[in-house]
Structures are given as structure tokens and as C-alpha cells.
Design a protein. Structure first.
Length: 94
């Protein structure tokens, strides 16, 4: 997957695979909303962006949760939300 920018640097779409495993360009009329998975398997990202969880997330990490979506957004200049990540589970970090 690749985000597409125009000459001014504005994100205008994405190139991604469709159901037939073919690359397709999707153009955005008003903007692009990037939703991503997890980054728990990237310890450097966790230590920088989610300090509280990086101290307790040590096991049962999906090795595919590498933060690729977050990195793609950062590389294109997207804004990073400074609020803590959503927490699913039985306990909350202190």
C-alpha cells in the first residue's frame, strides 16, 4: 500500500490491492483517513509513542504488529495524536 500526494504535498489517495490482488489507485475527494493496526511488536515505536504500555506489553505480541500503518502516516507528514492509545483488556497501566 502507498499513500499518494499531489504537488503541494497534500495526501490525495492511496494505491492498494483489491480483492483480485491487483493494484488499484483510489482517489480521495476531501481527504484520507488512515486507520491502522497495532505497533506492539516494534519496541522502539512503543517506547517512543506509548511509554506506559511499552513497560507492560511483553508477551503474546503478534509479530505482524510492526506499526507499518503508523510509519506510513508519519512518512507522509500526518499528524500524530498525542492521546494514549486505546486499551483493550482487563487492566490499565498506571
Amino acid at each position: 500500500m502507498q499513500l499518494v500526494r499531489d504537488e503541494s504535498g497534500r495526501c490525495t489517495g492511496v494505491i492498494a490491492k483489491n480483492e483480485s490482488d491487483e493494484y488499484v489507485r483510489y482517489n480521495a475527494a476531501k481527504g484520507v483517513l488512515l486507520t491502522t493496526g497495532d505497533m506492539a511488536a516494534d519496541r522502539e515505536m512503543m517506547a517512543h509513542y506509548n511509554v506506559s504500555l511499552s513497560k507492560i506489553v511483553r508477551y503474546n505480541i503478534n509479530t505482524n504488529d510492526t506499526g507499518d500503518g503508523q510509519k506510513m502516516g508519519i512518512w507522509i507528514g500526518a499528524t500524530w495524536t498525542s492521546s494514549p492509545a486505546a486499551i483493550c483488556g482487563r487492566s490499565r497501566p498506571s
